[in-house]
Design a protein. Structure first.
Ligand code: FAD
Length: 387
């Protein structure tokens, strides 16, 4: 049986980032994903906020044009334009980014196993026996630490006996490649309790690609049907004249219950969506993927250096939860707005001076996920300090 310091399940942004950092420290890392090709079946829109592209350097060619303008629409399409003097958002070219990060991982010595499914884990104090399956063939590997980066419905969380996500919204979108690019890059957000119950509908237009999507709480929400109706409502005004070609559909669950409490034990830990590391307010999970993975890499590095499994318990969700209280409350308020007239009224308030300041704070503030001292781990030559 092959033995590794660390086995990471899931090669999304969280798993790739963590694998890269640990391999950079000279650790033996096995990274597995059930996909045969990481560039297929992408589920995220890929909007990175300013805080992320300021703090982390991205491989060349992986980010789209900067977006400075946001327009927030009421259910009756009354617009509240918000403009920043800085670049606020960039839509990631996620296929290029995943491919590029995987190449970096492999260059650093990560062993990658595609088309490989996590089945279960046998836990022992100083070692895990991780059971995997590749094209119908079962095999085991030994790993001192097992990391679950396997998304919102994490099988690793269940197998390790850690907390699991219980609250989520569902997002679904279509991606169009634009042939005629004359519009200023803009993020359009639509409040509509019928088309996007408890969340938003969106059009993210960076001049090259247009993502049009809806998100909402799953009870009674039919994302495909909602997107069809949303397109009927907005297509002519926003996309109709752009000669746009449908290139992809994306979708999936987004956990919005906040970082889970028990995200580590002596055998392993959770990162990314598996840990519930998504802003409960904005449902943005990409920035948290990078920051939590950096913190996880520090904890795992310490556990391997000291050979003390108890060190893993320093990776606790309680460190983060307290920082999310105001966002929890704002999520509660938004999810309670099930009435169109109430939403229309809320949008009217937002058009006032104080309301607009609040909206600007939500869209342009630098507060998506708590900093964990390691803002620049993705920069070239950056070192991962010990805790
Ligand atoms: C429609 C939609 C739009 C979104 N838009 C944005 C956005 O614009 N900005 C933003 O910040 N956030 C956004 N999010 C949230 C963000 O995409 C996620 O928080 C982030 O991608 C999570 O990354 P991850 O690496 O934790 O998980 P994932 O990207 O889900 O990766 C998990 C990986 O694990 C693999 N896997 C799962 N189970 C197994 C198994 N049993 N065995 C082996 N492999 C397995 C999967 O194949 C996958 O590759 C969006 C989410 C959705 C659904």
């Amino acid at each position: 049986m092959t033995a590794f310091d660390v086995t990471i399940i899931g090669a999304g942004l969280a798993g790739l980032q963590c694998a890269k950092l640990l391999a950079g420290k000279g650790r033996t890392v096995l990274l597995v994903d059930r996909k045969s090709d990481l560039t297929k079946g992408i589920h995220t829109t890929g909007i990175f906020v300013r805080k992320t592209f300021e703090d982390f350097s991205f491989p060349a060619g992986t980010l789209g044009q900067p977006i400075r303008n946001v327009v927030l629409y009421s259910p009756c399409l009354r617009a509240l334009p918000l403009e920043s003097k800085q670049d606020e958002f960039r839509v990631g070219k996620m296929d290029v980014l995943y491919r590029s990060l995987l190449r970096e991982c492999i260059d650093k010595g990560v062993e990658f196993s595609d088309s490989t499914r996590f089945v279960s884990v046998d836990k022992h104090r100083h070692e895990n026996i991780v059971k995997l399956e590749r094209t119908g063939r079962s095999f085991d590997v030994a790993a001192k630490v097992l990391i679950g980066a396997d998304g919102a419905a994490s099988a690793v969380a269940r197998s390790l006996g850690l907390d699991e996500n219980k609250e989520w919204i569902v997002g679904y979108e279509e991606v169009y490649r634009v042939r005629r690019s004359n519009a200023e890059p803009c993020l359009h957000c639509f409040l509509d309790s019928r088309l996007a119950p408890g969340y938003l509908a969106w059009i993210a237009d960076d001049g090259e690609d247009i993502h049009i999507g809806v998100g909402g709480y799953p009870a009674g929400f039919k994302p495909r049907e909602a997107l069809k109706q949303f397109k009927e409502k907005v297509w002519g005004n926003f996309i109709g004249s752009r000669n746009a070609e449908l290139i992809e559909t994306r979708g999936g669950r987004i956990p919005v219950g906040g970082v889970l409490r028990r995200i580590a034990n002596e055998n392993g830990l959770l990162i990314g969506d598996a840990a519930g590391a998504v802003s409960p307010l904005t449902a943005g999970g990409l920035d948290p993927c990078l920051r939590l993975s950096a913190f996880a890499a520090k904890v795992v590095e310490k556990r391997l250096t000291t050979d003390d499994p108890a060190t893993m318990l320093e990776f606790s969700g309680d460190v983060f939860r307290a920082r999310f209280i105001s966002r929890f409350w704002m999520r509660r308020i938004i999810s309670a707005c099930t009435n169109q007239a109430l939403l229309e009224l809320g949008c009217l308030v937002l058009r006032g001076r104080i309301g607009k300041k609040l909206a600007e704070h939500v869209f342009f503030g630098r507060g998506s996920f708590p900093d964990i001292e390691l803002a620049d781990v993705m920069r070239p030559n950056a070192r991962v300090p010990s805790i």
